[in-house]
Design a protein around this ligand. Structure first.
Ligand code: HEC
Length: 118
């Protein structure tokens, strides 16, 4: 009798584990997509300027004074580094997504550089 209870419990545990395996990563992916996590990097201003020269100034102007995209000269007063990281990673309206062009560390570096502009 006890044997049946044990194997019943084991079966339920396995079924539960299988359900978890298939549902948890899916949920994490969605959460990550909505708000990508910014990797921790040490600010490297010259690398940030180089990245922006290659990728951003065509729309934001070479002094970040604004062109197709808005002026970013004082963007740190409006947005945190995490918010800027999310904008660059995912894009926003006419702002393209850079998640396939730049490494998360490069985006984080640029985000920190811009967040310091107040
Ligand atoms: C194809 C043109 C284009 C390029 C290239 C581009 N941006 Fe943008 N960006 C825009 C536009 C347009 C917006 C405004 C989006 C909106 O709010 O609809 C914007 C918005 C932003 C914002 C948010 C500003 C705010 O006031 O909310 C940040 C930060 C930003 N861009 C940073 C960057 C960085 C950093 C790069 C380079 C890695 C970059 N952009 C490259 C067009 C561009």
């Amino acid at each position: 009798m006890q044997k049946w209870i044990m194997s019943g419990l084991l079966f339920i545990a396995c079924a539960f584990a299988i359900v978890l395996i298939f549902t948890l990563p899916g949920k994490e992916e969605v959460a990550q997509d909505a708000k990508p996590t910014m990797p921790k990097v040490t600010l490297n201003a010259s690398a940030a300027e180089a990245t922006m020269k290659a990728n951003c100034i065509s729309c934001h102007g070479d002094q970040l004074e604004g062109k197709i995209g808005p002026n970013l000269q004082k963007i740190g007063g409006q947005l945190t580094d995490e918010q800027i990281f999310t904008t660059i990673t995912k894009g926003n309206g006419n702002m393209p997504s850079f998640k396939d062009k730049l490494k998360p560390e490069e985006i984080a570096n640029v985000a920190m550089f811009l967040a310091a502009k107040k």
